[in-house]
Design a protein around this ligand. Structure first.
Ligand SMILES: [Zn+2]
Ligand SMILES: [Zn+2]
Length: 368
């Protein structure tokens, strides 16, 4: 088959903020030096994709979204020696360069070059218009071209459809508990928002040995799922929740609160649910118009720590082998996070369900 043909791919293209998501044939650029082409096996819908689609987060367009994905290497660009054709890989939307100040100082999740690949087109449409890769990965497509350092080679025994969730939701939720906040055995934990990230935080709290794990959400079915995954209590989000949390934490409030929504209102609620001296970890990505206010007196008096969390403070090389072991042992349940599977034509509807909060994760299978 000619190279041109091999590099053509169906993809979900966004051309304007809040505009339609159309499935189109695009032509991928040949992988450049240090790049690879990947056939996508599974990609799940993350809230950040929704935020990029609605303009809450900035995205140069036209673009292909999708950043929580796993696939197989099908072409190597010049100079790529640490990956081979046929390798199963997890895509990393926040790949560390291993060379900047942050990478050198143990903060790979804040790498200053992580977003570099997203600034350049990686494909063009039938009219020749350049297309940008959303979050440098562009996984809502049959194929993509990414930097080789955005590919983490997967062990053969981790199924690709489950591994995809490790691309964002699970590493963010579990990492928030384990790495960002460092929850200790016996501590009490509240998780606000039980989507893919929140349900992963619940699992992270169970694995960390938290004694009290309280999940909060507006949607009833997700409360049941949270209990199955390790929550000791699951409560409808609302004005009653704060009092119920106090009752479940000897009147003090929780040692740790994880806000997996990221709105001003949920951040302020979360702050009030934590005990004096407790910690509020902000996991959900809010928006430029979400303003949270604190009086300097309350900051002093309550002495709570506020811990903003980027991608669960993930260092793929350090943390992914631990998560693979937790998947193998069954401690980490990835399958239960998938509400349903769709093909590329279902992405727009999947976004609507995500916006309504009725699903944990919707998994796209572009090649099935
Ligand atoms: Zn770096
Ligand atoms: Zn994400």
């Amino acid at each position: 088959m000619a190279d041109e043909q091999r590099r053509s791919s169906m993809a979900v293209v966004t051309r304007e903020v809040n505009g339609p998501l159309t499935v189109e044939q695009i032509q991928l650029t040949a992988p450049g030096p240090g790049e690879v082409r990947v056939r996508i096996e599974a990609a799940s819908l993350c809230h950040s994709d929704l935020s990029l689609s609605t303009g809450v987060m900035a995205q140069t367009r036209p673009a292909v979204l999708g950043h929580e994905a796993a696939g197989v290497i099908v072409e190597l660009g010049p100079g790529v020696t640490d990956l081979a054709i046929g390798d199963p890989v997890l895509l990393l939307w926040n790949p560390p360069c291993r060379d900047c100040w942050f990478c050198d100082h143990g903060e790979a999740h804040l790498c200053e070059h992580a977003a570099d690949r997203g600034q350049r087109p990686y494909a063009h449409d039938e009219a020749g218009t350049p297309i940008y890769p959303g979050l440098s990965t562009a996984a809502f497509a049959e194929q993509t071209v990414v930097a080789a350092n955005a590919c983490y080679r997967l062990p053969e025994d981790i199924p690709l459809a489950e591994a995809a969730l490790l691309g964002c939701a699970v590493t963010t939720g579990v990492g928030a508990v384990r790495t960002t906040a460092g929850v200790a055995p016996g501590e009490s934990v509240v998780v606000i928002g039980l989507g893919g990230v929140g349900l992963s935080a619940v699992q992270g709290a169970r694995i960390a040995g938290a004694s009290t794990i309280i999940g909060l959400d507006r949607v009833e079915e997700k409360l049941e799922l949270a209990k199955r995954l390790g929550a000791t209590a699951a409560l409808p989000a609302g004005p009653e929740a704060r009092k119920q949390i106090r009752d479940l934490t000897q009147g003090r409030g929780a040692d740790h609160v994880f806000d997996c929504v990221g709105l001003a209102a949920t951040i302020k609620d979360g702050w009030k649910m934590a005990r004096r001296g407790g910690a509020l970890t902000i996991v959900g990505i809010g928006g430029k118009t979400e303003v949270v206010d604190f009086t300097s007196l309350e900051l002093f008096y309550f002495a709570r720590r506020i811990l903003p969390c980027v991608n669960g403070s993930l260092d793929a090389r350090r943390d992914l082998p631990v998560y693979f072991d937790q998947v193998r042992s069954g401690e980490l349940d990835l399958k239960s996070l998938v509400s349903r599977e769709i093909d590329l034509s279902g992405v727009a509807e999947g976004f609507r369900d995500l916006a309504e909060g009725t699903v944990a994760r919707v998994l796209v299978r572009p090649n099935s």
